[in-house]
Design a protein around this ligand. Structure first.
Ligand SMILES: [Zn+2]
Length: 381
């Protein structure tokens, strides 16, 4: 097959794309709003099946959690490509009504517009394009998930299952503001520490008490020794609560901690140390700890390095000068990397201000980003 000219097709879809992006952004879909997320998932499923693309809905209990779709199914792993996208956002209910989708110049604004409804929609158009003009010996699949922003606890199993069937994974998280893609990400472990001490009157019988706050403070000091700038390990105690009154020795205290690591080896090393610190007793307290959520690191393998090289060369050939960068932010790409896939992340339209009211996507990057991805995928296998 000769390579089709994708760009004119995508150019012709652009107005339609923007109006569909408006629809998706104006559907509130915070990670905890299961119905809102399901509305976005169903919208994508209908958009694809209306075009004759095979769609599958994945449920967790009664709730729709993921939608997957495949064009040219049945190929072996080396001839299978997977595009990832999450349909949830970080915003609360009512956010879309408070500041609905709007376009100013070449930028579109609204909750989740860049992270990552623009990428989700780009993937949906690429599936439609592949259905029309993709290589018949290459399977192109899309997976649309429900809870990336809170650690993909529900989606992880579906992502893993599909990653085992696909060699190449492109995650359409937003491109950096300058258009760069992401070739490595830190992993994150989010955990709680709960400390129990013993209450006592701070004046009358101070020495009968065991301060949970004091014990937690000492543990925090120990935990922060794990921070290693050269190794790229960070640890942030972002939440803290505890105590009963100013004149009571604190009977309880609690902290929420964010650990970031670059490699799985670092993760093992840090978690062993964290377990020791969080379960050990310093001044007679008892304490427990619990992992609340986790992202695996996206460590660039040789296969991922070659995929990035191919993608960046394709981009350059198209006159778009972008580079690969490494970031401390996590994504589902870590799951794909751990499954041995060749992975590249942040191939979605470029934007900025993610997770804030200033979030924007650069609409002029939609067609070029989709074109680079289409042409890169065409050259695989
Ligand atoms: Zn995202």
């Amino acid at each position: 097959m000769t390579q089709p000219d994708f760009q004119p097709w995508m150019d012709a879809q652009f107005d339609d794309y923007v109006s569909n992006l408006e629809t998706l952004v104006n559907l509130d879909s915070g990670s905890y709003q299961r119905e809102g997320v399901a509305r976005v998932l169903n919208w994508v499923a209908d958009f694809l099946s209306a075009d004759g693309i095979e769609v599958r809905r994945h449920h967790t209990g009664e709730v729709l959690s993921c939608v997957s779709a495949a064009v040219n199914p049945g190929q072996d792993r080396d001839h299978s490509i997977l595009m990832l996208g999450h349909c949830d956002t970080v915003f609360p209910a009512g956010e879309a009504a408070r500041r609905p989708f709007r376009v100013e110049g070449t930028q579109a604004h609204g909750p989740g517009v860049a992270d990552m409804k623009a990428g989700v929609l780009m993937n949906a158009y690429l599936l439609r394009a592949w259905h029309r003009m993709g290589r018949r010996d290459l399977q192109l699949s899309g997976l649309f998930t429900c809870d990336e922003e809170i650690g993909s606890l529900t989606s992880a199993r579906v992502i893993e299952a599909l990653c085992r069937e696909h060699r190449y994974v492109f995650n359409a998280e937003p491109g950096r503001p300058n258009g760069n893609v992401v070739i490595g990400r830190k992993g994150g472990v989010f955990f709680d520490i709960n400390v129990q001490g013993k209450a006592a009157h701070a004046g009358g019988n101070f020495y009968d008490g065991i301060s949970a706050i004091s014990a937690l403070g000492k543990k925090m000091g120990e935990l922060e020794k794990l921070i290693d700038r050269d190794e790229g390990i960070t640890l942030n105690v972002g939440l803290i609560e505890g105590g009963q009154s100013v004149n009571t020795v604190a009977p309880n205290a609690k902290a929420g901690v964010d650990l970031r690591i670059r490699t799985l080896e670092q993760r093992e090393k840090c978690l062993t140390e964290i377990a020791r610190i969080c379960t050990g007793s310093v001044i007679g307290e008892t304490s427990t700890w619990e992992i609340r959520g986790e992202f695996k690191p996206f460590v660039q393998s040789e296969g991922s390095r070659q995929l990035a090289e191919r993608y960046l060369a394709t981009s350059l050939a198209q006159g778009v000068m972008v580079q690969g960068e490494i970031t401390g932010g996590c994504s589902d790409s870590g799951i794909a990397a751990a499954c041995g896939c060749d992975v590249i992340c942040a191939v979605g339209p470029a934007g900025g201000g993610f997770h804030t009211p200033t979030e924007y996507v650069r609409l002029e990057t939609v067609v070029p980003k989709a074109t680079v991805l289409f042409n890169t995928m065409w050259s695989l296998g």
